[in-house]
Write a protein that binds this ligand. Structure first.
Ligand SMILES: Cc1cc2nc3c(=O)[nH]c(=O)nc-3n(C[C@H](O)[C@H](O)[C@H](O)COP(=O)(O)OP(=O)(O)OC[C@H]3O[C@@H](n4cnc5c(N)ncnc54)[C@H](O)[C@@H]3O)c2cc1C
Length: 359
């Protein structure tokens, strides 16, 4: 069986930054990603990023991605396998992946899991009609493939993802008929909300989808007001003519591979669902296995980059590599990460990490 010292699963910002730390330390690295493109979520993010200035905030996601890829791509110690989905993590760190319908196995000494997250959906009648999308899928269609998902959209969810994707839909010439939010307040940054409000989009809180209407595809949607328990209130229904319903209702960490390996996971609502129990070094309950980025709790690309760098340095140190200035760099990264989580928008993350015992 083929062997590799460090295998990174997932080439988003967390995985790419972990790879850079390991390569800088002199290690050999194999990255496996199921996509044909490197960069994870960044491949479709054409907007200027929020987050940490030190982690390229104010640059476009796709430009940040280029900087990260350019920093490692020519490295002689780097091997990358794309279009390859890891389907199993087994005893003795055997990794099973499928590429072009062929199943391969490789054994690693150390694994860094950076698989990111999957999109959540909400249940409503007809939510399987063509025309019902998750926001990440809409972003991929528009920003990677140049395809509009429809002409008239209802956006569901007012977190930053819902607000940003609503704006991008309008930039693409799609009408955003309304944006609804189940909570009593807008979840994302007000700067994003104000931008779409100025363009005439009505943002309604305490509302959700009752059902989608249409025979072969979405032709309209019925929305209704919610009570304090988030139950729909009969008699408050409103019908909107739309051909697309876009759900931006949260992300769930992709921890299944870690669970298969037997790593301890815990359900922490504030971090998006089941997350691995990790320590300050981003090490899971299994020695030699690290988890960083959205897979360890839904945050943002800035934190994913910092977490990836910490995990990469710690993994290198644990196998005896000499990392230049390691203690100072780790302190600096931990301080930056904590500063990033310090604002009001970090409150949820802090609560989640406290439940995990990481803070
Ligand atoms: C619309 C939107 C806007 C955003 N805007 C911002 C912003 O402005 N600022 C900011 O800081 N953050 C932003 N974020 C959040 C940011 O994109 C994510 O937090 C970040 O990408 C997480 O990085 P990651 O490396 O953990 O995971 P991802 O970027 O999701 O990368 C995970 C990678 O793992 C691969 N993978 C998953 N499973 C497997 C498997 N089984 N086998 C092989 N490969 C696998 C995937 O293909 C992917 O490449 C935004 C997110 C969205 C959706």
């Amino acid at each position: 069986m083929k062997r590799a010292e460090f295998v990174i699963i997932g080439a988003g910002p967390a995985g790419l930054r972990a790879a850079k730390s390991l390569l800088d330390a002199g290690a050999k690295v194999l990255i496996i990603d199921r996509s044909d493109l490197l960069g994870g979520q960044l491949t479709k993010q054409t907007h200027m990023f929020f987050g940490s200035e030190k982690q390229h905030a104010s640059k476009r996601g796709i430009d940040i991605l280029k900087l990260m890829v350019d920093a490692i791509i020519e490295h002689e110690n780097l091997e990358i396998i794309t279009n390859a989905t890891v389907v199993g993590l087994y005893k003795d760190f055997v990794i099973g992946y499928v590429k072009a319908d062929v199943y391969y196995k490789i054994q690693a000494d150390s694994i860094i899991l950076a698989t990111g997250a999957s999109e959540k959906a909400i249940p409503f009648e007809n939510n399987d009609l063509p025309g019902v999308y998750a926001a990440g899928a809409v972003q991929t269609l528009m920003n990677v493939y140049g395809v509009k998902p429809g002409e008239k959209v209802l956006m569901v969810g007012s977190g930053n993802i819902g607000l940003i994707v609503a704006y991008q839909l309008m930039q693409a010439g799609v009408e955003v008929v309304k944006l609804i939010e189940a909570a009593s307040h807008i979840g994302g940054y007000l700067v994003h909300a104000s931008k779409i409000k100025r363009l005439g989009v009505d943002i309604c809180t305490n509302m959700s989808v009752k059902r989608a209407l249409g025979k072969d595809h979405v032709e309209a949607v019925e929305i209704w007001k919610l009570d304090a328990q988030w139950k729909g209130i009969e008699g408050t229904e409103e019908t909107l003519e739309v051909d697309t319903i876009c759900m931006a209702v949260g992300l769930a960490p992709l921890t299944e591979l870690l669970q298969q390996l037997g790593a301890e996971v815990k359900y922490v609502r504030e971090l998006g669902g089941n997350v691995p129990v990790i320590n300050q070094q981003f090490k899971t309950s299994i020695d030699g296995v690290y988890a960083c980025g959205d897979v360890a709790g839904i945050e943002e690309a800035s934190s994913a980059m910092m977490a990836g760098e910490i995990a990469g340095i710690e993994a290198a140190l644990s196998r005896g590599y000499d990392v230049e200035n390691a203690a100072n760099r780790l302190n600096e990264l931990r301080e930056d990460l904590s500063n990033l989580r310090n604002g009001p928008h970090g409150e949820k993350i802090r609560a989640g990490l406290a439940k995990l015992g990481v803070l």
